[in-house]
Design a protein around this ligand. Structure first.
Ligand SMILES: [Zn+2]
Length: 726
């Protein structure tokens, strides 16, 4: 639902570790305490991260953000295509020249403003890390950062170790002789690598995943949530969808699994691969779809720990909980009950030898980036090239930076914020936030259909909202994490365990509502519904989103609409489910909800009609929360800007003030993506592709006025079909 990050892609990180592979980007990498530790895969697939990956790149100087001459106001006129009528195709009118000329680098699957800002952030982060390495690390923080970097760069050591790092894992798998042993092995691999609300990340290659977060019913205390897991490809659809492209991909996956097993010296790779994939397929069948995962009320299932053996028979739950460290929890939240029941049944019904093969393959795949080059390259070839269309792997140095940034993100972030985010920017953004929140208060008051009771609760929620700008108020302490300059594989395992232990140890303790879930160097923005909080990291508060030199109207159209997007999530289909304290409680009157559902249904229908490919349309339900946020955010940012003028007309700069507002919105949203990646996003991402996000301007009367859009033009909607939610 939405709540998540503003854009899937963007996120920060990149490459990283991800599991092995190649890198992925993660967006979240580093984060805060509770950031989920993603395992590799997740990082790879959670939308957020992906992006970066793509972006990541080398350590060369960042490209210019603007590609053309910039009008005084901040609009890049040279990037437009003024031969297109804005009413026919506003996205190309604003970005046509850029779309025609932008080049997607070979090691990425997309290029966008997010990508360019990510490149800038990566470049800065690389400089910080390299400075530390060069100057000789002296403090424990510096030693950890430099040590992790050096471990990644030391290819001689990595090659010399060969498969040795995997041997203890393989022996432990060999020692599994019964269901008890299987449950222990599955439990020991549990990691805090999913985050359904802040990151909309529902993917873990491990059997299940832990999310340690404020409780749905007890938002004052950290609570354990169990999530579905167990497949390597990004989503159940990759296993189940009956389309030529997915069938072809599944064949390639089979070849890939066989070759990874062969490389690791595993006997009978073909037959084992067949069983491993059949098991993943069976797991995928039990999984909830992305749309179901997002129905947060369906996820509010509190099970007593003692009920698991009867509710979900098949797995030795007592041993599983003992191995995970969850046996002291009286109750555990179960996000997808039927998936957990199905997976537990598979644990009992699938032959033990198949599970051992599955564990073996996952052990190889999930840290392939920390193994000899042959593994990392194969991982990249399938998970990045075949699935996302990335043609070249990022340079090793870049991946090393990503790795450090991912695993030690807060330590790097503290240095980053001090160097790159001036106090004047923080103060100016805080004023914009206050103005946009004020605009939402007014829009709520003006809604003719909302009851006074619901309005009062909405105001309470808005007033209690914590908006973090730039960087967190407290930083994560990594002093108990041991990093060795000659042990990359061990560093990854220890860092994942470190995150997991943090997640476990805080269960039952009071929630810090001001904790961040993103690092300052992340190019993204996020709504944390259980904390009633927003995070706007320093790295997204850069041109063209926020430019201290640009006209105010341009900042409102660009970053203002993003701020509005995140504030809107406070009220959207998920936000309406969480009250001012973050408790899962429907705070709307029933009648208000009916109107809201009607209004949002028409927006879902509008998006169902967009077709990026002849055989693939957007899923208006899957993307609904994000589309609502785009629309509400844009409208509120526009109001907030008008309010700053105090009745004066917006200043013109070649374009009218209104035009600049919408052009800034469209130019800051642009992106160009490879077809495979676009297809993957349409299938798995809650965010609509950039073009259709931009097209939401057609729901606003001010846009029609600004560009004299008239009936007959392609984006024209009669007033009654323009959706207004807030
Ligand atoms: Zn969003």
């Amino acid at each position: 639902m939405g709540l998540c990050a503003y854009s899937a892609a963007p996120v920060v990180i990149t490459s990283i570790h991800v599991a092995g592979p190649t890198a992925a980007t993660v967006s979240d990498l580093v984060l805060p305490e509770f950031r989920p530790r993603m395992t590799v895969n997740q990082q790879r697939w959670s939308g957020k991260r992906m992006v970066l990956l793509l972006l990541s790149l080398a350590i060369a100087a960042p490209a210019q953000i603007s590609t053309g001459s910039q009008d005084l106001s901040g609009i890049v006129v040279a990037d437009m295509d003024r031969s297109v009528q804005p009413g026919d195709d506003f996205y190309r009118y604003a970005n046509g020249h850029w779309l025609a000329t932008a080049v997607i680098p070979g090691d990425r699957s997309a290029v966008s403003v997010f990508a360019q800002l990510t490149e800038l952030s990566d470049h800065r982060t690389a400089a910080l890390i390299e400075d530390l390495v060069k100057s000789g690390a002296s403090t424990p923080v510096e030693k950890r950062i430099a040590g992790f970097y050096q471990a990644y760069m030391n290819e001689v050591v990595i090659e010399a170790k060969g498969l040795k790092p995997l041997q203890p894992i393989f022996s432990a798998i060999n020692d599994i002789h019964d269901q008890h042993g299987l449950a222990r092995a599955l439990g020991e691999r549990l990691r805090a690598d999913e985050d359904p609300l802040n990151y909309t990340n529902y993917h873990s290659p491990n059997f299940l995943a832990l999310w340690s977060a404020p409780g749905f019913n007890d938002p004052d205390h950290y609570t354990a949530y169990l999530m579905q897991g167990g497949i390597e490809m990004p989503d159940r659809e990759y296993y189940l969808q009956d389309s030529p492209s997915m069938r072809e991909l599944r064949e390639k996956y089979r070849t890939h699994v066989i070759s990874m097993l062969k490389l690791a010296g595993i006997s009978e790779p073909e037959s084992r691969a067949g069983r491993i994939i059949a098991l993943e397929h069976a797991i995928a069948e039990k999984h909830w779809t992305l749309a179901e995962d997002q129905e947060v009320r369906k996820a509010n299932n509190r099970w007593n720990r003692s009920e698991f053996p009867t509710k979900a028979p098949g797995l030795d739950w007592a041993e599983f909980f003992r191995a995970t460290g969850l046996s002291t929890q009286t109750t555990i939240m179960v996000w997808q009950p039927s998936a957990i029941i199905g997976e537990a049944a598979l644990a009992g019904s699938t032959p033990l030898e198949t599970w051992k093969d599955w564990l073996t393959y996952h052990a190889i795949e999930d840290h392939a980036d920390a193994l000899p080059k042959a593994f990392a390259e194969k991982h990249f070839a399938f998970f990045q090239s075949e699935i996302s269309g990335v043609q070249e792997q990022s340079p090793r140095q870049q991946r090393a930076i990503d790795e450090v940034n991912f695993f030690l993100g807060d330590e790097v972030g503290k240095l980053y914020a001090a160097r790159y985010f001036p106090p004047e920017s923080k103060a100016r953004l805080e004023t914009m936030v206050a103005n946009i929140v004020a605009a939402f208060h007014k829009r709520i008051d003006a809604l003719p259909w909302m009851s006074a009771t619901t309005k009062a609760q909405a105001h309470t929620k808005l007033s209690a909202l914590y908006v973090g700008i730039g960087y967190p108020e407290t930083w994560k302490d990594y002093s108990h994490l041991e990093i060795k300059a000659d042990d990359l594989f061990g560093n990854e395992l220890r860092a994942e365990s470190f995150e997991y232990v943090r997640a476990i140890e805080r269960l039952g303790k009071p929630v810090d509502r001001r904790e961040w879930c993103m690092t300052p160097q992340t190019v993204n923005a996020v709504n944390l519904p259980l904390q009633n909080a927003l995070n706007f990291p320093a790295a997204i508060l850069e041109p063209p989103f926020f430019d201290a030199q640009a006209a105010e109207v341009v900042n409102y159209g660009a970053i203002g609409s993003i701020i509005g997007h995140e504030v809107s999530h406070t009220f959207d289909s998920q936000g309406s489910a969480f009250d001012a304290k973050g408790q899962l409680r429907n705070w709307w009157m029933a009648e208000d909800f009916r109107h809201f559902d009607d209004a949002t249904a028409s927006l879902a229908k509008q998006y169902d009609q967009y077709r990026p490919f002849p055989d693939l349309a957007l899923n208006g339900k899957q993307t609904l929360a994000e589309n609502i946020a785009d629309l509400g955010g844009l409208a509120a940012a526009y109001d907030a800007y008008l309010a700053t003028l105090k009745g004066a007309p917006p200043p013109a700069h070649g374009f009218s003030g209104q035009q600049q507002f919408f052009l800034a919105y469209a130019q800051s949203r642009r992106s160009k993506m490879r077809d495979g990646e676009l297809r993957r996003r349409v299938m798995t991402d809650e965010h609509s592709p950039a073009e259709y996000r931009t097209d939401t301007v057609r729901n606003l009367g001010a846009w029609y006025e600004a560009f004299q859009v008239r009936e007959g033009q392609k984006l024209y909607l009669p007033p009654r079909e323009r959706v207004k939610i807030w």
